[in-house]
Design a protein around this ligand. Structure first.
Ligand code: PXP
Length: 248
């Protein structure tokens, strides 16, 4: 890949969160994925959680069938998820830690501590042609094991950096990430980053040479409200006015 280019993976989980709040079909994550792709996204990311709180099995199947672009399946390193993933054969999978009670993925994977659990899952995914990344905090001990485990990429967890207030703390976290990027690329692995990114932090991360992909979800889905609520309200008002006039 041209070092001047960087990929954007759009995570559509929270379109499903909104859909599920009413139990219906609107807004549809597949339609959102298509819109993201025609708008410049390079791939679509979904996290199929154990409790299926947002994306569901049927969403992943539909996206795998309908989208021409790569699908990146975020998943826990369990045998159940491996069975699903090897049936779906997404182009990419990102192994993430998962705790039932958490609001979102709270930290990176303990790749060093869980090596024996991760190895067969990574091997199983690779056997069906899925490129595997590990979601890791920028900790040298964790990154060091990624290549030995057979991962093709590391996604660095940017959550702590994004949550830090601009200033000394955020600068320190950014430096930690830059060192992590260096370590990942020195191993010959692709370096991705994601979690909590917004316009400002994504710009800072995109400026770091070595990062080839950013995965962004919550901010984009939230920002869509501010970018488009005005347009949908105006259209609704117009539809109401027209209907009343036509009925008169
Ligand atoms: N990357 C990984 C591995 C994640 O688990 C998530 C959250 O599902 C994201 C990126 C996207 O994070 P956010 O929704 O905060 O942009």
């Amino acid at each position: 890949m041209n070092p001047a280019e960087i990929r954007l993976g759009v995570n559509v989980d929270h379109v499903a969160t909104l859909r599920n709040a009413r139990g219906g079909t609107h807004p549809d994550p597949l339609t959102a994925a298509r819109l993201a792709l025609v708008s410049g996204a390079d791939s679509i990311t979904v996290h199929l959680r154990e409790d299926r709180r947002h994306i569901r099995d049927a969403d992943v199947r539909a996206m795998r069938d309908a989208l021409a672009a790569p699908l990146n399946l975020e998943m826990a390193a369990t045998m159940d998820m491996l069975a699903f993933a090897t049936e779906i054969r997404p182009q990419a999978a990102c192994l993430v830690p998962e705790r039932r009670a958490e609001l979102t993925t709270e930290g990176g994977l303990d790749a060093a501590g869980l090596a024996t659990q991760l190895a067969p899952v990574i091997a199983g995914l690779r056997a069906v042609g899925t490129r595997v990344s590990l979601f890791l905090d920028p900790e040298p001990r964790q990154i060091a094991i990624a290549e030995r485990l057979g991962a093709g990429a590391v996604e660095l967890h940017t959550g702590t950096y994004c949550a830090a207030l601009p200033g000394a703390n955020r600068d320190q976290e950014r430096r930690r990430l830059i060192e992590g990027v260096h370590q990942v690329t020195m191993q010959g692995l692709e370096c991705h980053a994601g979690h909590g990114l917004d316009y400002e932090t994504a710009a800072e991360m995109a400026a770091v040479a070595g990062i080839v992909e950013l995965n962004i979800g919550h901010f984009l889905v939230g920002q869509a409200i501010f970018d488009s609520l005005g347009a949908s309200v105006a259209r609704m008002k117009q539809i109401m006015r027209d209907a009343r006039r036509n009925a008169a």
